[in-house]
Design a protein around this ligand. Structure first.
Ligand SMILES: [Zn+2]
Length: 488
């Protein structure tokens, strides 16, 4: 309970401080009542600080730079350390934000910093992609959280109130099941196992590099994925046992004969490090395997003489002559733009396209939660839904001659209402929906799906990720031009 007392003519306010200890502070207040009022105010403030609603006053000392150094040293997970350190060095430590006190690093200040990274980048660097800004934000947020747990920071986490950048969902370039062996056939033998385990089991670069020969159980055809490089754990922080698919087995068997403890070592038997470049190996193999976006045909003479035209792009690699000087053109393959990590996306894609359910794909991909799997690959899950929904509707659908139904007419009038009407809680009879979809299909066929990018058969499936992906499209729905409405 706050109180006031007088000592040598000065009124003191006595109150319980932020740490719970009793504090007294001298005031310049003339009366006991005023000093007591001040003590009550101070105690209320201290209480808020104790609850973490306000930062503690003595925390002014630590700077953002010191916080980052402390976090990197004590709390940053080992597999992320190199990346986190280089990102934070470049995007925080060399900026004025590093010298700011933690108190000064308000949400507004941090938001301004992220905006600066996004718009112009740090000095001498390029501006950052939204996903990269999110990484910096995530590191800072974790650092503040850890500091709070360690008692180095009491206030709210200021990063939590900054905006996460919207990252455009990218469509991953992948290899089909048929392309994988073709690609592998063009990889040099020292990299074949590394590439194969990425393509068939979706291992990350660090996980493939960290695999040891002791992780292979040939008799049971099992592989234990438990480490990223020489760290104790993977990104997912746990070890998993995966079955080795038959086409991967011969690669694994061959790699068991390499020197050293690692399954896919570099030439001298040591572990491949983060500096190894499977991208380069992959690009070369893709070029050789003909998995390309096209070929550049270059006239080296015209290029050397700095003529305006010296490169032509074709889909084939037939020999051609320079139209200007007649010299035979030099052919460069333009490999499909896959990174090593895209082999992981390929593996997931192949599995999902083959109808493997999301829960098993999650286990093979070793995602912590199935929402990661469905969130990343939700668009692929539409295929098995299509079959399921089509089957149900096929059995309940009336004959095509069935009379036009009001719901079907609504399609022509307003596309939005179609979508609303097809939601599962709508009481419309199933045959109405079927007739409606059938009419739409007959009217527009693939044109409609291409124009709207939603799949008719999956429209009714509420909140599944695939409809969430497509739900934005019907907002801007327009019919393809020049295609007449089907007379219902
Ligand atoms: Zn030429």
């Amino acid at each position: 309970m706050a109180s006031a007392y007088k000592k040598r003519g000065v009124w003191y306010a006595r109150f319980k401080g932020p740490t719970g200890a009793w504090l007294a502070t001298a005031t310049k207040l003339p009366t006991k009542a005023a000093a007591k009022k001040a003590a009550e105010d101070l105690e209320r403030k201290a209480e808020r600080q104790r609850w973490g609603l306000e930062p503690l006053p003595q925390q002014n000392g630590m700077t953002v730079g010191e916080l980052i150094t402390w976090w990197l040293k004590n709390h940053c997970p080992e597999p992320s350390r190199v990346r986190a350190e280089s990102s934070l060095q470049r995007n925080v430590m060399r900026t004025p934000l590093a010298d700011s006190s933690l108190m000064g690093a308000t949400s507004q200040r941090l938001e301004d910093h992220f905006r600066m990274l996004e718009r112009q980048g740090t000095d001498g660097a390029r501006k950052l992609a939204p996903g990269t800004v999110n990484h910096v934000r995530a590191y800072l947020r974790t650092a503040f959280n850890k500091a709070r747990k360690a008692g180095k920071w009491q206030g709210n986490n200021p990063v939590a109130d900054t905006e996460a950048r919207k990252v455009p969902k990218r469509a991953y370039l992948t290899l089909s099941a048929e392309e994988v062996p073709v690609m592998l056939a063009h990889v040099s033998s020292e990299w074949q196992g590394f590439m194969a385990v990425g393509a068939y089991l979706g291992l990350r670069k660090g996980e493939a590099a960290g695999l040891r020969k002791s992780d292979v159980d040939l008799s049971r055809e099992l592989l234990t994925v438990g480490a990223s490089y020489d760290h104790d754990t993977t990104k997912g922080k746990h070890a998993d046992v995966l079955p080795i698919p038959p086409p991967l087995l011969p690669y694994i068997e061959a790699c068991l004969k390499t020197p050293g403890p690692y399954l896919f070592p570099s030439a001298d038997g040591s572990m491949r490090t983060e500096d190894c470049d499977p991208e380069k190996v992959l690009r070369y193999a893709l070029g050789r395997a003909g998995i390309v976006d096209g070929y550049d045909h270059v006239c080296r003479r015209c290029k050397g003489q700095k003529r305006k035209e010296h490169t032509w792009r074709y889909l084939d690699r037939a020999p051609r002559q320079c139209p200007t000087c007649g010299m035979s053109l030099w052919i460069h393959a333009l490999p499909r733009r896959l990174r090593f990590h895209d082999l992981r996306h390929s593996a997931a894609t192949v599995l999902l396209r083959a109808g493997v359910d999301a829960h098993r794909v999650q286990r093979i991909m070793r995602h912590a939660s199935v929402t990661t799997t469905t969130g990343t690959y939700g668009h692929l899950l539409a295929e098995d839904l299509r079959a399921a929904v089509a089957d149900v509707w096929a059995t309940t659908a009336p004959e095509p001659e069935a009379e036009a139904h009001p719901a079907a007419i609504a399609v022509g009038a307003e596309s939005r209402s179609l979508v609303t009407r097809l939601l599962p809680d709508d009481k419309l009879h199933a045959d109405t929906i079927a007739a409606c979809v059938r009419n739409l299909r007959e009217s527009f066929g693939n044109e409609l799906e291409r124009a709207t990018r939603f799949e008719l058969a999956t429209l009714g499936l509420g909140n599944t990720p695939n409809t969430r992906l497509t739900s934005c499209n019907y907002e801007t729905f327009t019919y393809p031009k020049g295609i007449p409405l089907h007379p219902l």
